[in-house]
Design a protein around this ligand. Structure first.
Ligand code: ZN
Length: 273
């Protein structure tokens, strides 16, 4: 599939000078000030600034994430994200392989998305997965190389948040969808000792921290049990931050391994002030 440089550029600004990027030559974007940025032939552009120290997901973590998501274990979360998302230009910050973005795009045939992630492998998979997804390798913690007011919705599902930058890239009254786990999320798995504790990133904290920039539109608690087989259990552990910490690994005693666990998250819909 040829890379649609015009569509890709429509999301982006130059990370050097903040001027809009435009399609300039085959697999090249450029700004009016002459800064040129190569587009990967797989269809995404990497606009990482200097100073990025965070690690993107590894191929193993991505495989685990794909296994969990394609199993349907998180499909109720995707449904809630989809109903919260608005408009036809959707950015997924921390998109991974694009599962939630694809779900949100399915509600309108005219919708297009930008999958943003720190992991080039994740972004490449997201772009490959849909003809309506463009790809950007960038660091959410840095100023985003994304045009101001270029998105109707920003998705932030289990991902780092940059509330001022999300505000800048959203159009006025645009929608920010944030998904955070509750304390009982995957509690049975954590009780096995295989997962690090989930950071105490509560919905109340997100809503309070965002209040100056966003009004709360709605909040949905999505909670249900999923059955676990060995593959899904391993993948749920392997897709998350615990996968980087060998101390949290190890094989559980099969006799005590849990056969189901609770999925419990808050889906918060905010409106840009
Ligand atoms: Zn520039």
């Amino acid at each position: 599939m040829p890379v649609d440089l015009v569509r890709l550029a429509s999301w982006l600004r130059c990370p050097v000078c903040n001027a809009d990027l435009e399609a300039a030559a085959p697999l090249t974007l450029a700004c009016a000030n002459g800064h040129r940025h190569d587009v990967n032939k797989r269809g995404y552009v990497s606009l990482l600034g200097g100073g990025t120290k965070h690690l993107g997901d590894t191929a193993q973590m991505l495989d685990a994430r794909d296994l969990v998501l394609e199993s349907g274990a998180y499909s109720p979360i995707a449904a809630a994200v989809t109903s919260a998302a608005q408009g036809e230009r959707i950015i997924d910050a921390g998109a991974g392989t694009g599962y939630y973005l694809r779900a949100a795009l399915a509600s309108s045939t005219a919708a297009t998305g930008l999958a943003m992630d720190l992991s080039p492998q994740a972004v490449a998979r997201a772009v490959r997965s849909s003809g309506r997804v463009d790809g950007l390798v960038a660091d959410t913690w840095r100023p985003l190389p994304v045009r101001s007011e270029s998105a109707d919705t920003v998705l932030d599902v289990f991902a780092p948040r940059n509330l001022p930058e999300f505000h800048r890239v959203l159009r006025p009254a645009g929608t920010l969808v944030v998904v955070v786990p509750r304390a009982d999320h995957l509690a049975a798995l954590r009780a096995e000792g295989r997962m690090l504790d989930i950071p105490s990133d509560k919905a109340e904290d997100v809503i309070a921290a965002s209040a100056a920039l966003y009004a709360l539109h709605s909040r949905e608690h999505v909670s249900y049990d999923v059955g676990l087989d060995d593959a899904l259990r391993d993948a749920l552990v392997g897709m998350g931050p615990s996968a980087r910490h060998s101390a949290a690994g190890g094989t559980p005693d099969a006799a005590v391994a849990t056969t189901s666990t609770t999925v419990s998250v808050d889906v918060i819909r905010l409106t840009r002030r």
